[in-house]
Each structure stands twice: as structure tokens, then as C-alpha cells.
Design a protein around this ligand. Structure first.
Ligand code: PCA
Length: 324
């Protein structure tokens, strides 16, 4: 009996010594985009806010540019506990679940307000899917609107036939198929190189990524068709979240809410600046011909129809809520 008490005493003494150490948490946060990108800057601000609000109890180290995990590996890393927190482009995972691709369907939501409305309509279902996989959504931020970058002038979808088309998610691959281009998946961190080697010459993305990747060295035309605004999500492992004390959890959620508001605002505000940089670097920027827009709209209509079938009742509910 005495021995057992002594052992228990020793254990609680150990606990007292260990407690202050366990109280500090160090998290690794892989992200896929360069340090100077507005998403990454927002994330660094978020990490700094968390540090301040927790009095240094939760330290988040940001590993940008796909340096810790490649962009398309980050979800699995957080799910498997190799990283506690990470940034993902949710539409990159629409092969797992069609619902994840709703924000990358051409001409479904084409402005910041529409994109925000679509996020509100799909947020719960998205969170529920990720929760089933052991992850919690902290916040989302939209990329600026997606346009077409091309090495040669494009007047209609017919001009895209045979293009070496860079894709960053299943939906951008699908667009390539529908216009008769050849899709090659390339993450943003490898885009500059893929262009330099001639592996790709045409793609859809934002002026932000066009700027980050200095695409003007190979690509001269930008058609600002504003087809959709895909979102990045910052997700955390539920297990890592649960291991925090209550005040740290609250600090994290508060910093996340601030990052969401700030991120959407900066995305919208900085878009014009990004487009300006493309022009300054000699690119031709154009809204796209009526023919090109009509052709792409058709591609979008096909994809919205396909998506509604794939995403089933949940998908229909998201569309209904969005269109209300
Ligand atoms: N930039 C990212 C995703 C969407 C965007 O605007 C990329 O091209 O990979």
C-alpha cells in the first residue's frame, strides 16, 4: 500500500515537472505557395497572431513553397499527423469527393461576393467531410479570379486544341479534355520550370500565380475571363487541436477568423495590382473575345451538370442554397 502511494507520489511529481514543457506546443505548417504570395503572407500574420495571443505557448512554423510537403500531399500529411496544421487548395481533392470541387467549376461563381456566397453554401458540408477524416477547417481564403494564360493568341476554344495545358486540380484537367488540350498536372511551385522546359504553354490560374511564377518570360497573353475563384483552406488535425488547452484553442479560432476576413479582403484588393504587374512585364491583357467566353461558358455548363450528378443530394443542396 505504502509503496503504491510512493509510486503515485513520484508519478505526480514527474507530472509537475513535465507539465510546463507539455504546455508549449510546436506545430509545423506546410503550405504550397511562395513566401511573397498573399496567402502565405496572411498565414505568417496568422501564425504571429497565435504566438502573441497564446503568449508563445503555441508556435507555428510555416514551411512555404511546398518545401515540407508538396502542395498536393499536404492534406494527407495533416490527416496522418505528419503535420499538425496545413494549407490546402480544396479543389485539388475533388477526385476524393466531388463536393471539394464546387469552387472550381467555370462560371458558377465568378466574383468575390458570389464566391463568398458559394463558400457559405458549401462550408458545412465541406467541414463535415473533413471532420470525418479527422480534420478541422480553421479558415478559407479565395484566390483571385481565374483567367487563361497562353503563349499564343486565343480567340475561341478551338485555339486551345492540342495546347500543353497545365492543370492544378481535377477540374482544370477536365477543362483541358473538354477543349481538346493535353492536361499535365503541375503544382504552382513547379510552374516556372514547367514553362521553361516547354512541358506546358497554356493554363488557367490567377494573375497572382502568373506574377509569382513570372510567366511573362514564356507566356504573352492573359485573358481575364474570371471563370471561378478557387479557395485555399487552412486545416488542423483534430487530435492536435484537442491537445491544446482551452485558451489556446480559443486564441487559434480567433486568429483564424481574423485571417479569413483579412485574406478575402487582400485577395480582392491585390488582384488589380497583380494584373498591372503582368502588363508592366509586357503581357497583353484582354477580357477575352465574346466567342471565347461563350465557348468557355459551354464548358462550364457541362461541368456544372456533371458535378450535380457526382455530388448527389448534398451537392444539390449546396447548389440550391447558393442560388437562393
Ligand atoms: N493559383 C494556384 C491555384 C489557383 C491560383 O490562382 C495555382 O495556380 O496553382
Amino acid at each position: 500500500m505504502f509503496r503504491r502511494l510512493a509510486a503515485a507520489g513520484a508519478a505526480s511529481a514527474l507530472f509537475l515537472i513535465a507539465a510546463p514543457v507539455a504546455a508549449q506546443q510546436k506545430w509545423d505548417m506546410p503550405t504550397g505557395y511562395p513566401a511573397s504570395n498573399f496567402h502565405t503572407e496572411n498565414i505568417k500574420q496568422f501564425a504571429a497572431d497565435v504566438d502573441t495571443a497564446t503568449g508563445g505557448k503555441l508556435k507555428i512554423t510555416v514551411h512555404d513553397s511546398g518545401s515540407l510537403f508538396k502542395a498536393n500531399e499536404i492534406k494527407r500529411a495533416v490527416q496522418g499527423g505528419q503535420a499538425q496544421i496545413g494549407e490546402i487548395i480544396i479543389s485539388g481533392y475533388s477526385n476524393e469527393d466531388a463536393l471539394y470541387g464546387v469552387d472550381s467549376i467555370p462560371f458558377l461563381a465568378t466574383s468575390y461576393p458570389e464566391s463568398q456566397k458559394l463558400w457559405q453554401a458549401s462550408r458545412q458540408a465541406t467541414e463535415a467531410r473533413l471532420a470525418k477524416q479527422g480534420m478541422k477547417v480553421l479558415y478559407s481564403v479565395a484566390w483571385p479570379p481565374q483567367g487563361i494564360f497562353s503563349a499564343k493568341p486565343i480567340n475561341s476554344a478551338a485555339d486551345l486544341k492540342g495546347a500543353k495545358w497545365r492543370a492544378y486540380n481535377p477540374n482544370t484537367s477536365r477543362i483541358a479534355q473538354l477543349v481538346g488540350a493535353q492536361p499535365v498536372t503541375v503544382q504552382a511551385a513547379e510552374l516556372t520550370q514547367a514553362l521553361a522546359t516547354g512541358a506546358v504553354n497554356t493554363f488557367m490560374t490567377s494573375a497572382a500565380t502568373g506574377f509569382d511564377s513570372k510567366v511573362w518570360e514564356q507566356v504573352k497573353y492573359y485573358y481575364d475571363v474570371s471563370a471561378w475563384l478557387p479557395k485555399n483552406l487552412v486545416i488542423v488535425s483534430q487530435k492536435a487541436f484537442d491537445a491544446l488547452d482551452k485558451p489556446s484553442q480559443e486564441a487559434l479560432l480567433k486568429a483564424a477568423a481574423a485571417a479569413e476576413t483579412r485574406g478575402w479582403k487582400v485577395s480582392a484588393e491585390k488582384n488589380a495590382w497583380y494584373v498591372e504587374q503582368l502588363k508592366k512585364n509586357g503581357m497583353m491583357v484582354d477580357a477575352g473575345s465574346a466567342q471565347l467566353r461563350a465557348d468557355l461558358k459551354k464548358v462550364g455548363d457541362t461541368m456544372i451538370g456533371d458535378w450535380a450528378k457526382q455530388a448527389g443530394a448534398d451537392g444539390q443542396a449546396v447548389l440550391d442554397a447558393y442560388r437562393k
